[in-house]
Design a binder for this molecule. Structure first.
Ligand code: PLP
Ligand code: COI
Length: 354
């Protein structure tokens, strides 16, 4: 792929205090952009100064939500090198989302080339602080000016970069989660397994309700029987029950998280008992009552490993592990971030250097 590079003539000041970055609020000097037209394929790949884009008010993405995205990170190692965590997995998943939303495929090699080209130009923006990283947001939108409902013929693929800290303001401190029993996020056969804006739009009312009750996130139940556990707003969920790591199986309505997959691979490598299966919220409540629910944690790129401190289901509030991070969550956090930030050797073949 031929990528044209146009550097900014007025670079922005970089954040001085990296501990105050927050998540997704600051953007770097450059972005990647490439167009697609039916008949031509992907064309005009370029890294350009970060700027606003101009679209017709009739652009299809605004009306019918034909949009997909990814979320990944670049990390700075102690000796100043920059590295990615399983980036090809994100671009494979982008293509799974593309297929479901009838968006043209983007070759994984081209997407990786775009990623490397952009991060190379903005590499000084990768934070140095422990716990901070460069959050990477690749996305594709349909931009034809047309009000009929059909797949687009014109698309933009873009990548923007945001130096970020922890996703939750609580950091590694446990988050409080509310089990949503009224709204649902996705159903099997729908788009739950894709990363598309509509899934997140569908989650906002539940999240709003959770916030009103002082909970930071929603745990979704299945859309049919409202009893099987699915996932959290921006992460997959895992339970440690009587020494076994249990997580909902992938069956079309939840996102196949790359952190989820990596955590399961690590637990299996460590010889732990792991199962991917259907789990009812009643089973979790019963395990809690029997004193067998040892840990609950979420997994995600933005959230890393997030211990859950309280889980509210109806009138019942379960306090998990005394509202403290558990042993397994801590070990997974240390191992994952150790590899990601290059403090531990990568014996899984997951790290890709810039
Ligand atoms: N589930 C949802 C709804 C998400 O938005 C995310 C974040 O990307 C995840 C799960 C975790 O996926 P991953 O580990 O690939 O970041
Ligand atoms: C991620 O973990 O990368 C996410 O995309 C979560 C989110 C901010 C939607």
């Amino acid at each position: 792929m031929n990528i044209r590079i146009e550097k900014t003539t007025c670079p922005k000041a970089k954040p001085v205090d990296e501990s105050q970055l927050g998540f997704g609020k600051v953007f770097t000097d450059h972005m990647f952009i490439m167009e697609y037209d039916t008949g031509m394929g992907w064309h005009d790949a370029r890294v350009v100064p970060y700027q606003e884009i101009s679209l017709s008010p009739a652009a299809m993405v605004f009306h019918y939500g034909q949009e997909i995205f990814e979320g990944m990170k670049a990390y700075r190692t102690p000796d100043g090198e920059i590295q990615f965590f399983r980036p090809e997995e994100n671009f494979k998943r982008l293509n799974q989302s593309a297929e479901r939303l009838v968006i043209p495929e983007l070759p994984v090699e081209d997407a990786l080339e775009a990623l490397h080209a952009l991060v190379e130009v903005d590499k000084d923006w990768v934070p140095h602080n422990d716990g901070a990283s460069l959050y990477i947001r690749p996305f594709i939108i349909a931009v034809d000016p047309f009000l009929g409902v059909r797949p687009g013929d014109k698309y933009l693929f873009m990548i923007i970069l945001s130096p970020s800290g922890a996703y939750y303001s609580t950091g590694l401190n446990p988050v409080d989660i509310y089990v949503e029993t009224n709204y649902v996020r996705a159903v099997k056969g729908g788009m739950g397994y894709t990363k598309t804006g509509g899934n997140y739009a569908a989650s906002l009312a539940g999240q709003d309700e959770a916030h009103k009750q002082n909970y930071s996130q929603v745990l979704w139940l299945d859309g049919v029987e409202r009893k099987y556990i699915e996932e959290v707003g921006a992460m997959n969920i895992m339970f440690v029950i009587d020494g076994e790591v249990v997580t909902p199986e992938l069956q079309g309505s939840i996102l196949p998280g790359i952190t989820r997959k990596s955590v399961l691979e690590l637990c299996r490598k460590w010889g732990m008992k792991v199962s991917e299966r259907r789990i009812t919220i009643q089973e979790i409540s019963d395990a809690y009552d029997a004193g067998k629910l040892q840990e609950v944690f979420g997994t995600g790129t933005a959230a890393v490993i997030s211990p859950v401190g309280h889980l509210k289901w109806g009138d019942k509030v379960m306090e998990i592990n005394g509202n403290k991070i558990g042993e397994i969550s801590q070990k997974l956090y240390d191992t994952m971030t150790g590899m990601q930030y290059g403090r531990l050797p990568d014996d899984m073949g997951w790290i890709v250097k810039l």
